[in-house]
Design a protein around this ligand. Structure first.
Ligand code: ADP
Length: 305
């Protein structure tokens, strides 16, 4: 899933992006965060961006387009991404279109969080106070004066994107004044409408891996039971039991392989969903191991009877 979140500073893009990351196993690509990291690391981009950001202006288009072009290529973005803070100007949106076309990727939705300007100052001040309370450094641009400038940049340069994307029939608007949970639900409904509302593909693959791991183990169990039941005392029984043991062992052996193969197919580096895949594969392997032991044991027991 590939998504853009649009909205002024303090509209809740970051909060909603984090929730979407958890639900869909995709990455949040925030140009603001990336630029702040570049400033902190004093990279050439950071040195260029530092004063512009502190004053509430916009970093040159080519700089942020370059950052995003590199970032969406990274393996952890293969499963999808949420762009937060990008694009911020029409030329950035056009550059993004060209980039996605070149990479044969498609955007699924552009979601605008609409809020009354009156609450933004309050929200940004609250965010600054919470950051301070955690003992962390407050953003240089989270002051009332700079916020006014950031809002002006938003109005002049970013708001035209609302028309850009509604002309492209990509835009959905959500009332960002609702409680966080309701905003999340509304976004969920929009994604469902564009066919992206369910769990991510990797989460689905992990579930399928679990199913395929269980299936051979189950049928192996059945085969063992059947063979043991049919086996008469004597030579025949020994043979049947041996056969059953073989079937069980083989099925149990392939189960974890199948599971981890399927789970391995799911994108690796992506957040929670792939972690869940790993957990499922592990659990499946453990379960199959258990089946192998117990089935082989019971078949042997029966053979010696
Ligand atoms: P906000 O909370 O105001 O939306 P961000 O954390 O997204 O802020 O960005 C902080 C600052 O980083 C912006 O005010 C701007 O200077 C710079 N910046 C972030 N993304 C972009 C972009 N796409 N284009 C230009 N400048 C950007």
């Amino acid at each position: 899933m590939r998504l853009i979140l649009l909205g002024p500073p303090g509209s809740g893009k970051g909060t909603q992006a984090q929730r979407l990351v958890q639900r869909h196993g995709i990455v949040q690509l925030s140009t603001g965060d990336m630029l702040r990291a570049a400033v902190a690391a004093q990279t050439p981009i950071g040195l260029k961006a530092k004063d512009i950001m502190a004053a509430g202006g916009l970093v040159p288009d080519e700089v942020v387009v370059g950052i995003i072009a590199d970032r969406i290529e990274q393996p952890d973005a293969h499963n999808g991404f949420i762009l937060d803070g990008f694009p911020r100007t029409v030329p950035q949106a056009e550059a993004l279109d060209a980039l996605l076309k070149q990479k044969q990727m498609k955007l699924d939705a552009v979601i605008e969080l609409r809020v009354n300007e009156g609450v933004l100052l309050e929200r940004v001040e609250r965010r600054a106070a919470e950051t301070r309370a955690r003992g962390e450094a407050v953003r240089a641009d989270d002051t009332p004066e700079v916020l006014t400038k950031r809002l002006a940049s938003y109005r002049d340069q970013t708001e035209p994107l609302i028309h850009y994307y509604s002309d492209h029939r990509m835009l959905a608007t959500v009332d960002g004044m609702m409680p966080i949970e309701e905003v999340t639900e509304e976004i969920g409904r929009i994604l469902a409408a564009v066919g992206k509302g369910g769990a991510s593909r990797s989460a689905k693959k992990a579930a399928a891996a679990k199913r395929s791991a269980n299936a051979p183990a189950k049928s192996a169990n059945k085969a063992a039971k059947k063979a043991a039941k049919a086996a008469a005392p004597g030579k025949k029984a020994g043979k049947a039991a041996k056969k059953a043991t073989k079937t069980v062992t083989k099925a149990a052996k392939t189960a974890p392989k199948k599971a981890s193969k399927a789970a391995g197919k799911a994108p690796k580096a992506v957040g929670r969903a792939s972690k869940a895949g790993g957990r499922v594969a592990k659990a499946a392997a453990k379960a199959a191991k258990g089946t192998r032991k117990t089935s082989a044991k019971s078949a042997k027991k029966r053979a010696t009877r």
